[in-house]
Design a protein around this ligand. Structure first.
Ligand code: SF4
Length: 403
């Protein structure tokens, strides 16, 4: 099997391996400059937990977003990264409501949507568009593709003839045949449907394109084509991207900067090459160590950071750092530092890291070669009583170039 990966003979196998996104991608990030097109500070969003059938009653609260900070600058791609349930999609939908956020602030193009009237919101909607994860679910199966792509234009008052002309241009731009504008979504492949979704989002020339896991439902070779398309469109048209993904190898191939969220809160942000090569927050280190390498020999030698347990429940309020129950570093800290982790929520600022430990803040490397055994504190049980501490192998984080 190693030979297939190291010396693939068939052109198809070579193409397939070349399409796999890698952490050692040569993509050179180009962080944007100037005023952010999107500036978010301390965003929060909760949902009620309801019980009962005939009479629904609130029995709790889900803290889905609980302190997200984001800056997307003009012309750049910011990736929002985290595990499932970390609050990435809830953050997007809170922003896309274009209303006053439940908590914190959100500015789009220097304006707070909550302070705008109907006309202001309509103008803002043209400047921000979204591409969804599942292209089939996001396209109306009863509408021809031409009408789907034209819909945002028609909503903005563009006439039928002009919209038709623009649709043909857009289909060419995303690599589709304009003669297929009369076909229906089911007549296209998954990758083609995602291209239709991109054409639709670009129809009104947005300045910020929100991409919600746009390639995670696609095969690896199709995924590479869509990522290439997104890169080319950004070069040609210049919108900023907010790219949501759980896959750090995809992110390394397309983003300029990355922002990592854990349980609804930003824990680390920075240029994507720096964060990929030298992640500072223990959670980011664990995420990166879990990215597979398309080289079986190196993959076998690699050790992973296995975080204890699942993320804690978002229905509970936690004092201090909410990552401490899974943090491999916590047990290494002195008493004073642990007290901080237990009692104070670490603050996130700018391109930095939310952690009390000076070792993390200045980016001290974890021991090379692995083998350090660290204790971890298990998650508090439902009743809040901690169970016995466990142990965890804390390995070397193999994220250097060449991985
Ligand atoms: S604040 Fe403490 S518990 Fe949280 S990540 Fe940093 S070292 Fe770990």
């Amino acid at each position: 099997m190693d030979d297939v990966f190291r010396r693939p003979q068939e052109p198809y196998t070579r193409e397939l391996l070349a399409a796999v996104p890698r952490l050692d991608a040569t993509h050179r990030p180009r962080p944007g400059s100037g005023e952010p097109v999107l500036k978010v500070r301390g965003l929060t969003r909760t949902f009620p937990v309801l019980r009962g059938t005939a009479f629904r009653r609130g029995v709790g609260t889900v803290y889905a977003v609980d302190g997200v900070d984001l800056d997307v600058r003009r012309g750049e791609t910011l990736a929002l990264v985290g595990e499932s349930g970390s609050g990435k999609s809830a953050t997007l939908f809170e922003l896309l409501e274009l209303a006053r956020p439940e908590g914190g602030t959100a500015e789009l193009f220097g304006q707070e949507p909550g302070s705008l009237g109907k006309a202001g919101i309509k103008a803002l909607r043209r400047r921000i568009q979204i591409v969804f994860q599942d292209p089939m679910a996001s396209l109306d199966p009863r509408m021809p593709v031409g009408d789907i792509v034209a819909e945002p234009l028609r909503t903005q008052g563009v006439g039928r003839a002009d919209a038709g002309r623009r649709v043909r241009e857009l289909l060419v731009q995303v690599g589709l045949d304009p003669a297929h504008a009369e076909r229906y979504p089911h007549e296209f492949s998954g990758g083609q449907r995602q291209r239709i979704g991109i054409a639709r989002a670009l129809s009104v020339e947005p300045e910020l394109l929100v991409l919600d896991e746009p390639v995670s439902a696609l095969d690896v070779s199709v995924q590479a084509g869509v990522l290439d398309l997104l890169r080319r469109l950004k070069e040609e048209l210049g919108p900023a991207y907010l790219f949501v993904s759980h896959d750090l190898s995809v992110v390394r191939n397309i983003a300029d900067r990355v922002s990592v969220v854990y349980l609804g809160r930003t824990v680390e942000a920075g240029p994507v090459d720096e964060v990929s090569a030298a992640p500072r927050h223990p959670y980011t280190q664990a995420l990166l160590s879990a990215v597979p390498i398309p080289d079986p020999e190196r993959e076998r030698k690699r050790t992973r950071i296995l975080l204890a347990g699942d993320p804690p429940s978002p229905t509970r309020r936690y004092e201090g750092c909410r990552f401490r129950g899974r943090c491999p570093l916590y047990v290494e800290l002195g008493e004073g530092e642990r007290e901080l982790c237990d009692g104070e929520v670490p603050v996130f600022e700018g391109d930095g890291v939310a952690c009390h430990s000076p070792r993390v803040r200045v980016g001290v490397e974890l021991p090379a070669g692995g083998g350090l055994v660290a204790q971890f504190l298990p998650q508090p049980s439902a009743g809040g009583a901690p169970s016995a501490p466990g142990r965890l192998l804390l390995p070397h984080v193999d994220t250097a170039p060449g991985v």
